[in-house]
Design a protein around this ligand. Structure first.
Ligand code: IMP
Ligand code: MG
Length: 175
């Protein structure tokens, strides 16, 4: 298979992550943030974003599964691994790699809000603008892209290409 075609370069990602980190640091000035990365896809984005913040922050992870096979999304979401600490009275930022149908983020926001956090906001590196099936607010967004399958910078296709330094587009069975 050919190498993925560059859609968002390393430089573009670095610059945008810097901008998001500056905005988040300003918005949460004087507060501590609990960053919850959604495994596995967010691990590289969260690593870079968290290190560029200038506010106190702690890192947690959560894992969900979307009852999918390959790149076909069904909409049902299941919790695989929970955070280790209580988020009660904490400012929570859910960090996602990509928002596609919106089901994952919608499920997570609903679940976390039942735990009486001080606030819950969302951050995603990429959003597929035309693909939304549920309305979900992304408070901090890196890039809007077309509805195509992307890999790299944490994103995979059947576990492949996750550690590419850029975001690229591949040909899938669907396209
Ligand atoms: P949603 O629930 O449909 O919004 O899907 C969100 C999850 O699907 C993301 O967290 C990714 O794990 C995965 N996903 C959706 N689109 C892509 C893609 O283009 N590349 C890699 N993973 C994707
Ligand atoms: Mg994900």
């Amino acid at each position: 298979m050919d190498d993925p075609k560059v859609l968002i370069s390393e430089d573009q990602i670095r610059q945008r992550v810097n901008e998001l980190a500056a905005q988040i640091s300003a918005d949460y000035a004087g507060q501590e943030l609990v960053m919850i990365g959604v495994l596995k896809g967010s691990f590289i984005f969260l690593a870079d974003l968290s290190r560029r913040l200038s506010i106190p922050r702690v890192v947690e992870f959560i894992a969900v599964s979307s009852y999918d096979s390959g790149n076909v999304r069904s909409g049902a979401v299941r919790l695989i691994m929970d955070v280790r600490k209580s988020i009660e009275a904490k400012h929570v930022l859910v960090v996602e790699d990509i928002v596609d149908t919106g089901h994952t983020l919608h499920y997570l926001i609903g679940m976390l809000e039942t735990r009486a956090p001080a606030s819950v906001r969302t951050c995603a590196l990429v959003r597929k603008a035309g693909a939304a099936q549920v309305d979900v607010t992304v408070d901090y967004l890196g890039f809007d892209i077309e509805d195509e399958w992307v890999v790299g910078y944490g994103l995979d296709y059947a576990e492949k290409d996750r550690t590419l330094p850029y975001i690229g587009v591949i040909e899938t069975d669907e396209s």
